[in-house]
Design a protein. Structure first.
Length: 321
């Protein structure tokens, strides 16, 4: 009798406290997700959101096995063909890959349920992405990045002005918080599998503004794209939703959320480098700045923020990796 062949290989992780292992045996490939920190979010909530997506015919990892006591779950393996990798290879097919990503986003945004059972049989109610959460995230820019880059003398005034602008921008959002938001909807979290797109890394999902995931996809700090491509993707989303949404309202929220998200990202990536010694994230900060500059340069709503940023963050600082 032939013995079962089993291999377990650690694979590249992300910015979270999770570790990932690819398990191969005679039956199937799978992914082991191990999380000792933030275990509830990274295991229980992750699977609950995946279950909700699967129920709505969205390709997300199925749960094969849970061992919550030992801090891991075993889930479906979609392989390595991320949209990020496919975009890097492709010279002419970029817009089609993005259109498929928008098609998937559109399907996710049709989901109306807020409650789902986790694998312990308890109901999980997806929280709202409210103003307080948006504010706390955007202020990471000040708490981690500005404190590192700006002189102590300038910090108190900068603190007041940045917070004031973040609050003003959040109060200027027009769309309702009524949509399932992935929150990390970008090309590294989308995988081509059996001729469909699957989504992973869903544990941070909330009920929020439909422009958030659109901004996450189009103004993605991990993949550089030109303005023409960005505008084409935005137009395609608008075309799919032409009877449901006003163009000016969508653009207003899209640009605000793109700026706030990229301020958050600069703060988070600085924190990862300083606190967790993950310095490779610093190389993405200059492009996050470019994305902020792109959105604030021709929009009057950002006039005061632009003045504050220009006074405190030189081009040299913005380009430091």
């Amino acid at each position: 009798m032939r013995s079962a062949k089993l291999t377990l290989k650690k694979i590249k992780g992300d910015a979270s406290f999770r570790s990932f292992y690819r398990k191969k045996d005679d039956k199937r490939n799978s992914i082991i997700v191990y999380a000792k920190k933030e275990k509830e979010k990274n295991l229980l909530v992750y699977d609950a959101i995946n279950s909700l997506l699967i129920k709505n015919n969205i390709l997300a990892p199925k749960l094969y096995k849970d061992n919550y006591k030992q801090s891991f779950i075993e889930i479906e393996d979609f392989g390595d063909s991320t949209v990020f990798k496919l975009l890097k290879k492709s010279r002419s097919n970029k817009i089609n890959l993005y259109k498929k990503s928008i098609d998937l986003l559109n399907e996710i945004q049709k989901i109306k349920q807020r409650k789902v059972k986790n694998f312990k049989g308890k109901n999980y109610k997806i929280p709202f992405y409210d103003s307080n959460k948006l504010f706390k995230e955007a202020r990471l820019f000040y708490d981690w990045y500005a404190k590192k880059c700006v002189s102590k003398k300038k910090l108190p005034n900068l603190n007041t002005e940045i917070y004031k602008q973040i609050k003003f921008l959040i109060s200027s959002l027009r769309l309702k918080n009524d949509t399932l938001v992935h929150r990390d909807y970008h090309v590294s979290n989308l995988i081509k599998y059996k001729n469909r797109l699957a989504t992973i890394d869903t544990q941070d999902a909330l009920i929020g503004n439909k422009a958030y995931d659109l901004a996450s996809l189009i103004d993605d700090v991990r993949f550089k794209s030109n303005k023409k491509l960005k505008d084409s993707i935005f137009s395609y989303y608008l075309k799919l939703n032409k009877n449901k949404i006003n163009q000016a309202t969508l653009l207003n929220d899209f640009e605000i959320l793109s700026v706030l998200r990229n301020m958050k990202i600069i703060g988070i990536f600085t924190r990862l480098a300083v606190r967790d010694k993950k310095v490779n994230y610093l190389k993405l900060i200059p492009y996050a700045w470019k994305l902020i500059e792109l959105r604030i340069k021709d929009n009057k709503i950002f006039n005061n923020l632009k003045i504050i940023l220009d006074l405190n963050f030189s081009k040299k600082i913005r380009n430091l990796k």
